[in-house]
Design a protein around this ligand. Structure first.
Ligand code: NAI
Length: 213
């Protein structure tokens, strides 16, 4: 598959396929037709076929998809079978919730360290990972070479700290701060997460329903 040939909207659907296939796997389902998978996911069979054809297909006429093989293949396409070293900046309410509840392991992420500049938090642990002083961050990056940074710090702090992280080899940001890194840095993968945007979308959809009734 040539780099950049698959649209971002298809790529954004892959984690959802992966999640549904995992549920099927856990429930002991060995194979599934594109029609059945589509019905479970609220998509059409042709949409699923089209999406998966971007990566070479995987289904067999009259058989459907082998659930385990497709689950593994999509995981491979997503790169979940690779190993990534992550650090998390900001051990406040959001950072602690993410460190506590996110299943990093199953996605191939190793959370190496959590950093905060609040000395009262330093030394505590979140899910077995120690919170370190942000004064140690640069040395830590030099020694451990993390490639992903999870930003749960305020906008201004994210803006200030990003160049140093990139200089030390960070290639991807899971960015919860409200600073849009992707506008400034080429060649760096940024996933901006805005829960507020999702809530605003819900608001729009509720308004639409009210106008229809
Ligand atoms: P918080 O105030 O509980 O935690 C922020 C933490 O970051 C504090 O512990 C603080 O000491 C630390 N910090 C600040 N500057 C730092 C630096 N340079 N290096 C290391 N640590 C630093 O805030 P909360 O609720 O955890 O939110 C964190 C950020 O995420 C806020 O800026 C907030 O606006 C944003 N946020 C984003 C959401 C989203 O959907 N994208 C949802 C909720 C919050």
């Amino acid at each position: 598959m040539a780099k950049g040939t698959v649209s971002i909207s298809v790529i954004r659907r892959l984690p959802r396929y992966h999640r549904f296939l995992k549920d099927l796997l856990v429930s002991g389902t060995e194979r599934i037709s594109s029609g059945d998978l589509a019905a479970r996911m609220g998509l059409t069979a042709s949409q699923i076929r089209q999406d998966l054809n971007c990566f070479g297909g995987f289904g067999q006429q009259g058989y459907g998809y082998n659930v385990k093989a497709l689950y593994e293949e999509i995981g491979h396409i997503l790169g979940l079978d690779k190993h990534h070293k992550a650090i998390l900046l900001g051990a406040g309410n959001l950072g602690r919730a993410i460190a506590m509840h996110m299943d990093f392991d199953s996605r191939g992420f190793d959370l190496l360290g959590i950093f905060d500049h609040n000395s009262q938090l330093v030394g505590r642990e979140v899910r077995g990972v120690a919170i370190r002083s942000s004064a140690e961050l640069e040395d830590f990056c030099c020694e451990n070479h993390p490639d992903i940074a999870i930003l749960c710090i305020p906008k201004e702090a994210a803006k200030r700290i990003a160049p140093m992280l990139i200089q030390h080899g960070i290639r991807g940001f899971w960015n919860f701060s409200h600073y849009d890194l992707s506008l400034e840095y080429d060649g760096i993968a940024v996933e901006n997460v805005h829960l507020g945007d999702s809530l605003s979308t819900l608001c729009f959809r509720i308004n639409e329903l009210e106008q229809d009734s």
